[in-house]
Design a protein around this ligand. Structure first.
Ligand code: ATP
Ligand code: PRP
Length: 218
């Protein structure tokens, strides 16, 4: 009996990912690697979707929950934006492949002409509270962080904050709301992440899948 079988590693491998942008941009890579979903999650209410590989299934979760599922072993693998991973902290997960999809930048933004070096104690609205806290602490700047769950660009327009921290791609959402990027925090792409224990227990199968996906990325 193989070591993988003796450790009870016979259930399906679970890959957590979110609907929308991540799913749409990840699928061509997985399909090139020979792993396709049996159903379209946009059309199904199912949260566990089988794949063309009998021992692999997709879990449909919120983007910000992917690292939590993988950290605690609810999923063996996951696809997640580096922004979400930075915010989570990455405990208990390996990050073996940069999928180079969903490219954007994590930025500080605000009204044109905002002087970040003034002594003012800025209010910063963001869903990336940990990233924002770390960034401003590294700069030695005192800020007040205001937690939001979306539509961050609205906050300066209604006086909730002077600054936001959010992902920026084309810049059109900022521009449409009279805001500009002020400071770069990090370049962002989506990453394939793996639960540390799964990687040990199911090393042969996971390594084989990683190799196929890495080849698809290249
Ligand atoms: P949640 O549902 O948990 O709030 P979300 O709405 O941020 O998550 P998506 O909009 O699908 O989820 O974004 C998923 C990932 O795609 C983000 O974590 C980020 O890495 C990347 N991303 C977000 N916005 C853009 C964008 N405009 N262009 C390119 N990539 C983006
Ligand atoms: C993200 C993000 C910004 C926007 C940035 O939101 O929160 O609002 O994209 O992209 P841009 O610089 O190209 O305007 P969301 O996921 O809602 O954006 P979407 O409209 O691209 O889905």
């Amino acid at each position: 009996m193989s070591s993988e079988a003796t450790t009870g590693a016979t259930r399906s491998l679970r890959i957590a990912l979110s609907k929308g942008r991540i799913f749409n941009e990840t699928m061509p890579l997985f399909e090139a690697a020979g792993i396709s979903p049996a159903e379209d999650p946009e059309k199904s209410r199912k949260l566990i979707i089988p794949s063309t590989e009998p021992d692999v299934e997709f879990l449909i979760v919120r983007a910000s929950d992917v690292p939590t599922y993988v950290q605690h072993g609810g999923a063996d693998l996951g696809v997640v934006g580096k922004d979400v991973l930075l915010e989570h902290g990455g405990d208990g997960v390996l990050e073996p492949i940069d999928l180079k999809i969903a490219q954007c930048k994590l930025m500080v933004a605000g009204f044109p002409g905002t002087d970040l070096n003034s002594n003012k104690r800025f209010r910063v609205a963001t869903k990336f509270t940990e990233c924002a806290r770390r960034h401003f602490a590294q700069q030695g700047r005192q800020v007040e962080i205001i937690k939001l769950y979306g539509s961050m660009e609205l906050a300066p327009l209604v006086g909730l904050s002077e600054l936001i921290v959010d992902v920026v791609d084309t810049g059109s959402t900022l521009a449409a709301n009279g805001l500009v990027p002020l400071e770069h925090i990090s370049d962002i792409t989506s990453r394939l992440i793996v639960n540390r224990a799964s990687m040990k227990i199911r090393h042969t199968r996971i390594s084989e899948i990683l190799a196929r996906i890495a080849k698809a990325v290249d």
